[in-house]
Design a protein around this ligand. Structure first.
Ligand code: XMP
Length: 488
């Protein structure tokens, strides 16, 4: 059983990883369409896809973060860059799917009608808000207001044909309120007006969820997460930059190789006081580290999850360089026990080391709420970096944040212990180009859902009662293709 397995892992008898264990089949009483892979972190954040892309500079920048959130997961923007670049990235993600248009197309009442007509016909705009020289809204002009007669179009002015009685909404209205208002008045456009001044525009088209599984905030914008250092900024300029970033980032990931350190724990406490966003800290690898964070650190409720796994990543060399590590499956089992003992509401993210889709059900079986990977996503179209060709195969670069290549920028030096600054703890290499993120996510979803069906678990919480055991070395060989004459 996974509970049994967790207790066993917790006694440190055996440090196991994904390939060491296998889930056993369970009784299944539901169909594939009834499998629910949605998950939660804290009370606030719901995800239709329990998958995150890693905060690494060859994995997650704006494009990846936007797509991960559109498909229901989360992309964590990396921190191997300046605050300016981080600000640009978080802004981009937050604005990507806002249903509020800030840059509204406007026209003044005295302008000739043909100008408005030209705008609407040639610039793909279906309506203009009419404002006077003080930005006060005096009407709205849509395609329906264009007169039929050519003559009138030539001679008339906007004020003669615009709709004067403008139905509007107040700033900060929710998606639901806007939808209700649009429906009530059977209109398609809703200017946002504050004291008579135009503040934005909501259109019916932008409110429609084209991506029904998207991870969104209360205002319908994409959820945004960013990795940061646990060190409190030393200059007031850096403090104000972080506060600016805070306006766009919902969740801050404290991103270090080993979070179980006095300085990092204390630095994070100060950052929690400075910033509005929620926090996820990591990585840690043991029951004791989780117990310490949950009982001794006096962190506020804005700590919503712990991220675990040390040295399992496909580009990691921490375990061989330092002799210390906590494989992701083992770390998840350990920390899940501490969470169950001290704060069952705390979220748990299993990070790194996933090689096959079948590793995902194993992580959920030992207590993960979400999984994080760089390996699965570094080769997709959406990852940063150029496509290269090696021996006729398309490839992209994937590098560890502790590799000597990534460390040349200095931004990530404090991910590692001071003593290890000169010792690389990761590598940089090529990975095959795998095409659009969406198809990779489909593969992972299928592996996870099929694993749940075999295990008899309809949702991720039920997965925790699935039976799991350690498999013998011969069993591991047998679990893969074998005794064939081909390439395997
Ligand atoms: P995967 O297996 O998806 O793992 O490639 C990604 C995770 O690995 C961590 N990471 C590193 N760990 N040295 C390490 O020991 C590194 O250079 C390094 N870079 C990333 C990180 O937790 C990431 O999510």
């Amino acid at each position: 059983m996974s509970d049994y397995f967790r207790k066993k892992a917790h006694t440190n008898e055996l440090i196991t990883t994904f390939d060491d264990v296998l889930l056993l089949p369970g009784y299944t009483s539901f169909g594939p369409s009834e499998v629910d892979i949605s998950t939660k972190l804290g009370e606030k954040y719901k995800f239709n896809l329990p998958i995150m892309s890693a905060a690494m500079d060859t994995v997650t920048e704006e494009e990846m973060a936007i797509k991960m959130a559109l498909f229901g997961g989360l992309g964590v923007l990396h921190r191997n860059c300046s605050f300016e670049k981080q600000l640009k990235m978080v802004r981009h993600v937050k604005r990507a799917r806002s249903f509020v248009i800030e840059d509204v197309a406007t026209i003044t009442p005295d302008e000739p009608l043909y100008k408005a007509k030209d705008f609407l016909e040639n610039y793909g705009i279906s309506g203009l808000v009419v404002v006077d020289e003080n930005n006060k809204v005096c009407g709205i002009f849509t395609k329906r207001d264009i007169p039929y007669s050519e003559e009138e179009c030539k001679k008339g002015h906007v004020k003669d044909f615009m709709t004067r009685d403008v139905i509007s909404i107040k700033p900060n209205a929710s998606r639901k309120e806007a939808l209700e208002m649009l429906f009530k008045h059977r209109i398609e456009k809703l200017p946002i007006i504050d004291n008579g001044n135009l503040r934005g525009l909501i259109t019916k088209k932008d409110l429609k969820p084209e991506f029904p599984l998207a991870t969104i905030d209360e205002e319908g914008r994409l959820l945004c997460a960013l990795a940061i250092s646990p060190k409190y900024p030393t200059s007031s300029e850096a403090v104000s930059k972080l506060k600016e970033i805070d306006q766009y980032s919902d969740i801050f990931f404290i991103d270090v190789a080993d979070f179980y350190k006095k300085d990092d724990i204390e630095g994070t406490r100060k950052l929690m006081d400075l910033l509005e966003g929620d926090f996820i800290v990591g990585n840690i690898g043991t029951y004791e580290a989780a117990e310490f964070i949950l009982t001794k650190c006096d962190y506020p409720e804005k700590l919503i999850a712990l991220k675990v796994g040390m040295g399992s990543g496909s580009i990691c060399t921490t375990s061989i360089q330092t002799g210390v590590g906590a494989p992701t499956l083992f770390a998840t089992a350990e920390v899940a026990d501490a969470i169950a003992d001290y704060n069952p509401k705390m979220g748990l993210i299993a990070d790194g080391g996933f090689k096959n889709p079948g590793d995902l059900p194993k992580a959920f079986a030992v207590g993960a709420d979400m999984i994080m990977s760089g390996h699965f996503f570094a080769g997709t179209t959406e990852s940063p970096g150029y496509l290269d060709t090696i021996q006729g195969r398309k490839v992209k670069i994937y590098r560890g944040m502790g590799s000597k290549e990534a460390r040349t920028t200095n931004y990530v030096l404090d991910r590692y212990s001071v003593e290890a600054k000169m010792l690389p703890e990761g590598v940089s290499d090529y990975v095959p180009f795998t095409g659009p993120l969406e198809s990779m996510l489909e593969t992972l979803k299928e592996g996870l859902a099929n694993g749940m069906i075999y295990a008899g678990a309809q949702n991720l919480l039920n997965m925790r009662t699935a039976k799991m055991g350690v498999i013998s070395a011969i069993g591991q060989t047998e679990a893969r293709p074998h005794d064939l004459l081909g390439k395997y």
